[in-house]
Design a binder for this molecule. Structure first.
Ligand code: FES
Length: 161
């Protein structure tokens, strides 16, 4: 008996998935979709990569509309500000001295890694470490499989695998 495995299968949450190219991630938050879920990737001031689930914990605004402010991220809707660990630092509508809600925190996937000029995400605890890919450059593969006729042209796919 066989069954169809879809790309939103729960079991796949414990595997590594490519999210985007490293070069696609800048200080400006950018939206991606993986396994039917929304993610936002951006870089903090040091250049370090951050990947979080793409909705604000308050009213679920897309965080890709927000703005990076150094090591912080400001939601575009009501202006909540989150630090590098996803903790809320500021809620503009609160009075001075008011307590920030404990649940005001960004959610993030279990693991994120950059390798081979790509960003990989494991939504839940991955069953294996991120595999080390031992493949040749993409252009060599395309030549060998006759997708390209020659290596003489200087192709740059922006991908080092
Ligand atoms: S939805 Fe993000 S601060 Fe309101």
């Amino acid at each position: 008996m066989s069954r169809t495995v879809r790309n939103v299968e729960v079991a796949l949450r414990r595997a590594w998935h490519p999210l985007c190219r490293s070069s696609e991630v800048t200080e400006r938050p950018r939206a991606f979709t993986l396994m039917g879920e929304h993610y936002v990737a951006y870089r903090v001031a040091s250049g370090e990569l951050r990947v979080i689930f793409g909705r604000c914990p308050y009213r679920f605004a897309p965080l890709s509309l927000g703005a990076g402010e150094g090591n912080q991220l400001r939601c575009a809707y009501h202006g909540w500000v989150f630090d590098e660990q996803g903790h809320c630092l500021e809620i503009p509508s609160l009075d001075p001295g008011d307590t920030l809600p404990v649940r005001a925190k960004l959610s993030e996937p279990f693991a994120v890694a950059e390798s081979h000029s790509m960003v990989f995400v494991a939504p839940d605890d991955p069953l294996t470490p991120l595999p080390t890919l031992k493949v040749r450059r993409l252009v060599d593969i395309l030549v060998d499989t006759r997708c390209l006729r020659t290596k003489s042209a200087d192709f740059d796919f922006g991908l080092s695998i």
